[in-house]
Design a protein around this ligand. Structure first.
Ligand code: DGL
Length: 263
């Protein structure tokens, strides 16, 4: 069982930002990554639709013998993680949520910004997160339709992307945010552009590394950590494998074979 793989999925390439943190912390693990690019963006889909996709992904990873599941997607987590934990009570499942707690602890201005998908920001789970951790700070939320699609195209430097990002960041700066949460796993790929746009004293926070640490804790507690040499990740996409391969070459540090996911 220690040598069994770990299933990781997202609506597209965003979860690679999390996969990278997992691979960095746990290089000996065999990682299976599914990008549901045929259905991206999740951020504008109904919770019912996303729950259904979560269930399809979980079924696939179970078939592959995965010892754990990571929802490398904030939007999928708010919609689907509760059902998955109910359906697979003994399976280690790690979800993600915008980093409200660390941001509330870090802010000096007392104003925190959240960039995330519409689905995440409208969810009851996100409202509960604010109730729990954001009582002493002001939180400005900003849905970002369109960003994910540009990132999926491997478009990380264009003027169109810059313009859209500026439009989304501007209200946060105007409100006095000094800490900005990247509440969608696609957005860490915008860090270079954001750093260019923002003053040095504005912090950007995401939860990829925390998710990797949580996964390690769960596997350690169950004596499921793999041993041995580093292993390469394997990839599937529900859209065009060639396109995914092309974007993967920009966002992933090593080569990976990409297969077609047809569920
Ligand atoms: N990467 C996802 C997230 O963390 C969702 C992006 C999307 O498909 O809208 O929320």
């Amino acid at each position: 069982m220690r040598e069994a793989p770990i299933g990781v999925f997202d609506s597209g390439v965003g979860g690679l930002s999390v996969l990278g943190e997992i691979q960095h912390l746990l290089p000996q693990e065999s990682l299976l990554y599914v990008a549901d690019c045929g259905n991206v963006p999740y951020g504008e889909k109904t919770p019912e639709f996303i729950r259904q996709r979560c269930s399809v992904m979980a079924g696939f990873f179970r078939q592959q013998g995965a010892k754990a599941l990571v929802l490398a997607c904030n939007t999928a987590t708010v919609a689907g993680v509760a059902d998955l934990r109910r359906d697979y009570p003994d399976w280690p499942i790690v979800g993600m949520e915008p980093a409200v707690k660390p941001a509330a602890a870090a802010t000096r201005s007392g104003v925190v910004g959240v960039l995330a998908t519409t689905g995440t920001l409208q969810s009851a789970k996100f409202a509960a997160l604010l109730d729990r951790f954001a009582t002493d700070v002001r939180v400005i939320t900003q849905p970002c339709p369109g960003l994910v699609e540009l990132i999926e195209n491997g478009d990380l430097h264009s003027p169109v992307l810059r313009q859209l990002l500026e439009r989304y960041v501007q209200p946060l700066l105007a409100a006095g945010c000094d800490t900005i949460i990247l509440g969608c796993t696609h957005y860490p790929f915008l860090r270079p552009m954001l750093r260019h746009m923002l003053a040095d004293d504005i912090s950007l926070i995401d939860t990829g590394a925390a998710v990797a640490r949580q996964l390690k804790r769960l596997l350690t507690a169950r004596e499921l950590l793999a041993e041995g040499p580093a292993r390469a990740a394997q990839f599937w996409t529900s859209a065009d494998p060639e396109h995914f391969q092309h974007v993967l070459a920009m966002l992933w540090n090593s080569k990976g074979s990409v297969r077609s996911f047809e569920l």
